[in-house]
Design a protein around this ligand. Structure first.
Ligand code: GDP
Length: 295
């Protein structure tokens, strides 16, 4: 994951470690290499600059120059700042309520339906919950079929109404049905579009207003870098979501989305998802991710 970023950061530190005497200029050069590595990973320029300014200030303040192991101290500073950039500590995910209602939003193809299945499986297997998933996509019958297959695979009931063209009423009926069946979590998979679209936003906003969700998760394909960040901003402006889900981290992702989303929308990344298997969902821990990036 984020291999290219990891390699470039490692080489930035290597230059510092190789110096017989450390000077402010050495630090400035290392910081410049770090900034370039972040920008190559598709981190927005402003975020990369602010990040490296902070690293530089800390490095000079903590006297990397006089340290016995300047390289190591520099790695530690960068690790702490990366953790901070991605949100510091792991965010809470609430499944209280009877039932807890989790609304899933995002563009078509981002991995919403796959994530809906994974989250239901995670809550069932790891949290002992009794979930129901809802196919609230009124445009693509294939989306209902896809969720039905996943539901069967994980042993979770799927609520759908193939002839109902009102997503809000499907969501409300599903919650009624969940109560009747004693289900304590309802996960609503909404319709997406290939690009930001006013009708889609209105529909999800209407569902939000009608069901008053416990959590609203915005799902985004991590492979899309700065586009992912821009999409997150548009969805957050409209939905004020509670958390982000990064998908497709198994692919050749550069890291820009993971590193920039929290800063841009001020909402935590709550889950990360890699692969299509139902048991591969992970809670997002900023410190572990920072550690992983720095190898
Ligand atoms: P939706 O349109 O947002 O509901 O997206 P889907 O869940 O249907 O996913 C779109 C495509 O991406 C499908 O082919 C999925 O199998 C695939 N997909 C979803 N999540 C992941 C993931 O984490 N990794 C990979 N490699 N593929 C994924």
């Amino acid at each position: 994951m984020f291999n290219s970023l990891s390699e470039k950061l490692e080489s930035a530190f290597k230059n510092l470690k190789g110096q017989a005497r450390i000077t402010e200029l050495n630090i400035a050069n290392t910081v410049k290499d770090i900034r370039r590595a972040l920008i190559d990973a598709d981190v927005n320029f402003k975020i990369a600059k602010e990040f490296t300014d902070k690293v530089k200030e800390k490095a000079l303040g903590e006297k990397v120059i006089n340290s016995v192991s300047p390289g190591q101290l520099m790695v530690k500073i960068v690790q702490d700042e990366l953790t901070e950039l991605m949100g510091g500590t792991a965010a809470d995910f609430s499944v209280t309520g009877n039932p807890a209602i989790i609304l899933i939003a995002g563009l078509q193809g981002s991995g919403k339906t796959t994530f809906t299945g994974k989250l239901a499986n995670y809550l069932k297997v790891q949290k002992g919950k009794s979930p129901m998933v809802v196919a609230a996509d009124i445009y693509r019958p294939a989306a209902i079929d896809q969720l039905t297959v996943l539901g069967e695979q994980i042993g979770v009931p799927v609520y759908a109404e193939r002839d109902n063209k009102d997503a809000v009423s499907i969501a409300l009926n599903a919650i009624k049905e969940a109560r009747a069946q004693n289900k304590n979590v309802v996960i609503i998979d909404t319709a997406g579009r290939l690009a930001i679209d006013e009708a889609m936003m209105t529909e999800v906003a209407n569902i939000k207003q009608a069901v008053n969700p416990t959590e609203i998760l915005f799902v985004v394909d991590a492979m899309t870098g700065q586009d992912a960040v821009n999409t997150a901003k548009a969805f957050n402006d409209r939905l004020d979501f509670t958390g982000v889900v990064l998908t497709k981290l198994d692919g050749d992702t550069r890291g820009g989305a993971a590193l920039s989303i929290k800063y841009t929308v001020q909402k935590p990344i709550k889950f990360m998802s890699s692969g299509e298997k139902m048991d591969t969902l992970d809670v997002f821990y900023p410190d572990r991710m920072a550690q992983r990036i720095l190898g």
